[in-house]
Design a protein around this ligand. Structure first.
Ligand code: HEC
Length: 356
């Protein structure tokens, strides 16, 4: 296989392909496919088929934002975050295996068989070159055989107290197959993922440098581990059809359809509450949110304490001057005229901090 020599820009995604043969205009087909010998690498938005929060730990949830018009500025209504995985890299080995590898989590998120992606929603119809809807997320073609669960499968045991965030450092083509690199703390992890010999098998070839102690654990799937050198090992993962119930984890809720604590946590960051309210009990410009929900509050000018229940929280957000917490300045917190679902989400998030 020849090295990668061209890249095409398709809206915000980069489509990269090998220039073998005449098949260089990848966007002419909305069903691009590679082969086992010449896998196709495609950077695009990917759909989220039901990944859990623990898998997507380093992703921001996004939030519902005010609609904006270049001519008029802020206009009525809101836009929801794009429900997809923005920084992933897809590789297709023909109908046998497709994988979605994420550059944020630096891990394999899911794998499927039978096809790759249908890009129509993203690229539009090739005849007109125009997109009909407003959707960035292509759809998967085929059946899921693997969906990541739990925390990162590679554990670096040199760090006892903290799990450093993985940092993507790039990929290169080794023997025709992309090898992804990332850094976790001082350790460099490189992995090549390809189809196995047996049906539904996925083979991951790892090289780990700069770590004293490491291990591999994959929850929910059978796998074989084979040590191939001092820093290298191979994992043969047995995929299985992912049932639709299996795909829908208890709370992979990025949605802003219904109030949820995940959305509340995103709002805590995105609306700037964190600038004044800590999550860990530290006093800031405002009281910490740790242990707030359900606690008694002493209010300036009130003879009796008040319980921080749902209506107290709502009032504190919408009209902070109504009850000013003792020892804190009045009028310091700006009122947030946000909608009920957002308030409810923030309350659900505060509840998760109740026992901290
Ligand atoms: C500029 C600083 C600032 C920002 C930003 C801010 N607050 Fe506050 N907040 C305060 C201060 C100061 C108080 C205490 C005085 C008061 O009650 O008004 C307070 C009080 C509260 C209380 C009551 C706390 C208690 O211990 O009883 C809640 C609930 C609250 N804020 C929620 C929020 C939320 C939710 C956001 C983000 C949407 C937010 N605040 C953003 C400064 C801030």
């Amino acid at each position: 296989m020849k090295p990668i020599t061209a890249s095409l820009t398709a809206l915000f995604a980069f489509a990269i392909l090998s220039l073998e043969g005449s098949d260089r205009f990848i966007t002419l087909s909305n069903l691009p496919m590679g082969t086992k010998e010449e896998p196709l690498v495609l950077r695009t938005y990917f759909p989220d088929p039901g990944l859990g929060r623990e898998v997507m730990a380093n992703h921001d949830l996004g939030f519902r934002a005010r609609k904006y018009s270049p001519g008029k500025g802020d206009v009525d209504g809101f836009v929801d975050p794009i429900r997809g995985i923005p920084g992933a890299i897809g590789v297709n080995f023909g109908s046998e295996l497709s994988i979605c590898w994420d550059t944020t989590e630096c891990r394999l998120l899911y794998a499927w068989q039978g096809g790759f992606l249908d890009m129509t929603q993203y690229w539009g119809k090739p005849e007109s070159g125009r997109r009909k809807g407003f959707d960035y997320v292509p759809s998967l073609v085929g059946e899921l055989i693997y969906l990541a669960r739990g925390s990162h499968p590679v554990g670096i045991f040199d760090h006892y107290t903290e799990a450093p965030k993985p940092v993507f450092t790039g990929y290169r083509i080794v023997e025709g197959v992309p090898e992804f690199s990332c850094q976790i703390g001082k350790a460099t992890i490189r992995v090549r993922i390809e189809p196995g010999e047996k049906p539904l098998e996925i083979v991951k070839k790892y090289t780990i440098e700069g770590a004293k102690e490491f291990g591999y654990f994959e929850s929910g799937y059978k796998f074989k581990e084979e040590k191939t050198g001092p820093d290298t090992f191979t994992i043969t993962l047995q995929g299985k059809p992912v049932s639709s119930e299996g795909a829908a984890d208890e709370d992979p809720d990025y949605s802003t359809d219904n109030p949820n604590a995940g959305w509340g946590e995103a709002l805590y960051t995105n609306l700037g509450c964190f600038a004044c309210h800590s999550k860990d009990g530290t006093r800031g410009h405002g009281p910490s949110f740790a242990g707030l929900f359900g606690a008694e509050r002493t209010i300036t000018g009130f003879d009796r304490p008040v319980t921080a229940d749902e209506s107290y929280i709502e009032e504190s957000i919408v009209n902070p001057m109504a009850k000013v917490v003792d020892t804190y300045p009045a009028g310091y917190m700006p009122p947030y005229p946000i909608d009920k679902k957002q308030i409810k989400s923030l309350t659900l998030f505060l509840k998760t901090l109740a026992n901290e």
